[in-house]
Design a protein around this ligand. Structure first.
Ligand code: XIL
Length: 540
């Protein structure tokens, strides 16, 4: 909407009113996300203003136009924060820009005269992505009081728009929106300081004649380090998901180990038990994570009302109803936070690569098509995946590729393929080792299929763990290093890498599948300490 030049303030107020109107209606649509705001009495306000930046709030979105040139910061937007605890606290915001640009995020701890500034750099894409920053527990003796966003002067032409929405902060117990203050832009040449007179100028952002430092990169968390590559995911179950508050900040994607499966939600036909999943999702979304939905149709553990059905049309109807209702539930409850689904899991046999008999024996490949179509009807935004293991085995992989080709050619809504990635290194009774070359061959093969069909396919590494019964830290680190080198090389197609667990305190591999003892498969040890494998993945 355009406002007369002489009446910009009125225009801003109008925009703000409009923003609040839509904001309030959003709260009604998503009561879960917002009701705590009012219970807690948290302030709500989102307004970004800068001397050199034009700011428009439109609906739930704020658009910050920035102008920048070499050696200058065109400006920044600042939010004052109050009432944040020192405990595990997260700032969550959805960002995109008109071009892919780096944005410096600055966290100012302490008050005037006693400030410490912690930097982080993220790379913003042209599609909305959620960025969650752990802000508590960084400096225990000072609390956070400002957050600033600096669009980079590296933007093409020095001009662009940064889009902001869903700016929230959450901690363990609270879910409050925070108040956003406005500040002046900062010009490195003149250093105009805080010309708006609101809030105080802090640390190395203030003072006169001071040259703005080049954006330092200090990623603290794994997901930050990988923000320009892919999401970093973890998995946990109902009994342990609250145990990892000290380390789960490294992850921005979460998978429920068993709680979104058919055998948890749909044991009885027509009755849906979402209780565990809903609690886990609420907790993890509050901690800044997006959710991988796993898994709708899986032969393993599937209840009798489905596996026992011998009539093709009846079976397809049951699959359709189940998939639609489950995806719809999560869509209605959590919006786009469930950003993808493993729609069908493990349809292909090991060895000869034939279809598993379950479901296929009665309905053929239609059981897969029906599941994907139902999921897409229920949530047009979620990315839909086929998920399987042993993709590094050529025979099995080729069978999966043939299946995917048939789905694509038939127009079935499928967006990606999940490689489970249950890998191993030798030692401690394990006498085989995953070949990195074979893993890369699988990735290449899926990329080639996308090219051949002209149908884009995302690859998710969905359940990465490395069986390591010898607890050989050095060998594990080496394997993780090589794997992540491959993953980074293919970050055009790989959009998420998830480990099937988080630390060695618990893994489904412990004492399983014929191996005794613990498997030590992760980046963190039993006491949640970083292992050499963490460093191998983090330092590159
Ligand atoms: C496993 C869980 O980790 C176990 O707790 C459960 O008993 C069985 O399932 N492939 C998958 C995952 O797609 O869902 C499986 O998870 C591991 C293999």
């Amino acid at each position: 909407m355009e406002y007369p030049k002489g009446n910009r303030l009125a225009g801003r107020i109008m925009r703000l009113k409009k923003f609040f109107g839509i904001f309030l209606s959003l709260i009604m649509v998503f009561p879960f996300a917002a009701c705590d705001v009012f219970k807690e009495g948290g302030k709500t306000s989102v307004l970004w203003v800068s001397q050199t930046m034009e700011t428009v709030s439109d609906g739930d979105e704020t658009q910050i136009t920035f102008v920048a040139s070499d050696n200058k910061f065109g400006g920044y937007a600042e939010s004052g924060v109050s009432g944040m605890s020192d405990e595990d606290t997260f700032l969550s915001v959805d960002l995109k820009a008109t071009a892919e640009i780096p944005v410096k995020v600055e966290f100012v701890y302490g008050s005037v005269g006693d400030q410490t500034v912690v930097y982080s750099q993220i790379n913003i894409g042209t599609e909305y992505e959620n960025y969650a920053f752990r802000t508590g527990n960084v400096l225990s003796n000072k609390s956070l009081n400002k957050i600033r966003l600096f669009p980079s002067y590296n933007a093409a032409g020095g001009y662009g728009i940064l889009y902001v929405k869903n700016l929230t902060y959450n901690d363990y117990y609270l879910n409050k929106f925070f108040e956003v203050k406005t500040v002046a832009s900062q010009d490195a040449g003149e250093n105009s300081g805080n010309g708006s007179g609101q809030g105080d100028q802090s640390g190395n952002q203030g003072g006169s004649g001071e040259q703005q430092p080049v954006v330092p990169v200090t990623a603290t968390y794994l997901y930050e380090k990988y923000s320009q590559y892919f999401k970093i995911g973890m998995c946990a179950g109902d009994s342990d998901y609250r145990n990892y508050g000290d380390i789960d900040g490294h992850y921005n994607s979460f998978t429920c180990e068993n709680e979104m499966k058919l055998y948890t939600i749909g044991n009885n036909e027509g009755q849906y038990d979402y209780s565990k999943a809903d609690n886990m999702l609420r907790y993890m979304i509050n901690r800044g994570k997006k959710i991988r939905g796993h898994a709708l149709i899986w032969y393993n553990g599937a209840p009798q009302w489905l596996t026992g059905c011998r009539d093709k049309q009846q079976l397809l109807n049951k699959i359709d109803t189940y998939c639609y209702n489950v995806v719809k539930h999560f869509k209605d409850s959590f919006g786009d936070s469930v950003y993808c689904w493993d729609v069908v899991n493990e349809a292909i046999n090991d060895g000869n690569g034939t279809y598993r008999d379950c479901f296929y024996g009665v309905a053929g490949i239609d059981f897969i098509k029906t599941a994907f179509r139902a999921a897409r009807r229920a949530d047009p935004n979620a990315k839909l995946f086929y998920n399987d293991y042993n993709m590094d085995d050529r025979t099995k992989r080729n069978a999966v590729i043939n299946m995917l080709r048939e789905l694509i050619n038939d127009g079935v809504p499928i967006d990606g393929v999940g490689m489970q990635a249950h890998y191993a290194i030798q030692g401690g009774g394990v006498n085989y080792e995953t070949s990195i070359n074979n893993v890369e061959s699988a990735i290449n093969a899926f990329e080639n299929l996308a090219e051949e069909t002209g149908h884009p396919l995302e690859i998710h590494i969905t359940e990465l763990d490395i069986r390591n019964h010898g607890n050989n830290n050095a060998a594990l680190a080496q394997k993780y290093k090589e794997l992540f080198e491959v993953f980074r090389r293919h970050s055009n197609s790989i959009t998420c890498v998830t480990t099937w667990g988080i630390c060695d305190a618990y893994s489904w591999l412990d004492n399983s599948q014929g191996y005794s003892g613990k498997a030590y498969p992760f980046l963190f040890d039993e006491g949640h300490n970083k292992k050499a494998a963490f460093d191998a993945v983090f330092n590159f």
